[in-house]
Design a protein around this ligand. Structure first.
Ligand SMILES: NC(=O)c1ccc[n+]([C@@H]2O[C@H](COP(=O)([O-])OP(=O)(O)OC[C@H]3O[C@@H](n4cnc5c(N)ncnc54)[C@H](O)[C@@H]3O)[C@@H](O)[C@H]2O)c1
Length: 263
């Protein structure tokens, strides 16, 4: 890791799903860049461990992103204790394999709740408090974790595509609303291809169980990115360096979603 330089100095950030994977990488980079980070997750053990490793500018809070009431309590508590909220990364997400014929209703509702519903709740509560930042003139950055599943047909994860499509579309609606209202709040989505995290290892395992070991190598486990490939992008969008970027959907995918025949 290169020497970093305080690009988020003094910022207060919430990152959901920060106990492992991409959220953990975001949290580590944010703290190194000077932010105070509230890591939230339903995985208490790993969340508390990562926060402890990050030191005094990190804290863990148990938070199930599906619960709107927990969002209200979290955001109000952060503002009460730290004075404001500058950055929200709606990162928590889940995936299970299933095409449009095989995905169960239970899996569909689970995936939509963790990605789509929760991102809606998170944006709503963040806008509610961020518009009061800076003495009432407003300000803040919301980064929503989508996927290239929202821009290409990934038949093996139908509900996941629906959820990430909702995240992408909601991002634009939030961005435009905040611009129209003059809140100074930006909202952008990040669209990774496969990155080596516990989620992708588990999907690869499921694919191998269903279709044999070759499926894992040719599917999501083929040529993966690193968590910091995403964290650097999230850092940029969270920082004031990207102050003129609002409503954007940024693909971080080594061209996978635009190479003909690669879907
Ligand atoms: N890894 C990839 O290849 C990839 C690609 C595209 C998009 N994404 C997206 O990036 C985000 C992070 O993915 P990851 O690969 O790090 O996944 P991961 O499974 O490794 O980590 C996700 C974290 O979210 C937490 N989580 C799950 N349900 C939750 C809930 N209800 N409330 C709070 N926390 C919850 C998990 O406990 C876990 O710590 C997800 O939104 C995912 O869809 C990942």
């Amino acid at each position: 890791m290169a020497e970093l330089s305080g690009r988020l100095a003094g910022k207060i950030a919430i990152i959901t799903g920060a106990a492992k994977g991409l959220g953990e990488a975001d949290a580590r980079m944010f703290v190194r860049e000077g932010a105070r980070v509230i890591l939230t997750d339903v995985d208490r053990e790993n969340g508390e461990r990562v926060a402890a490793e990050l030191g005094e500018r990190a804290e863990f809070r148990y938070h199930d992103v599906r619960q709107n009431a927990e969002w209200a309590a979290l955001v109000d508590d952060v503002v009460a204790r730290h004075g404001r909220l500058d950055i929200l990364v709606n990162n928590a997400g889940v995936v299970t394999l299933g095409d449009i014929e095989t995905q169960t209703e239970a899996d569909y509702r689970f995936i939509m709740a963790v990605s789509a519903d929760a991102t809606f709740f998170g944006c709503q509560h963040a806008v509610r408090v961020m518009k009061d930042n800076n003495g009432g003139s407003g300000g803040g950055s919301i980064v929503n974790m989508a996927s290239i599943a929202s821009v290409q047909g990934e038949s093996a994860v139908a509900a996941y595509c629906a959820a990430k499509g909702a995240v992408e579309a909601l991002t634009r609606a939030v961005a435009v609303h905040c611009a129209q209202q003059g809140y100074g709040i930006r909202c952008n989505s990040v669209h990774p291809a496969g990155i080596l995290t516990p989620m992708v290892i588990e999907v690869g395992r499921q694919a191998a169980l269903l279709r044999g070991p070759d499926a894992a190598q040719s599917g999501p486990l083929a040529k993966l990115g690193e968590p910091d490939d995403i964290a650097y992008t999230v850092l940029f969008l969270a920082s004031d360096e990207s102050k003129f970027i609002n409503g954007a959907a940024i693909r971080v995918d080594d061209a996978k979603s635009v190479i003909a025949g690669n879907a």
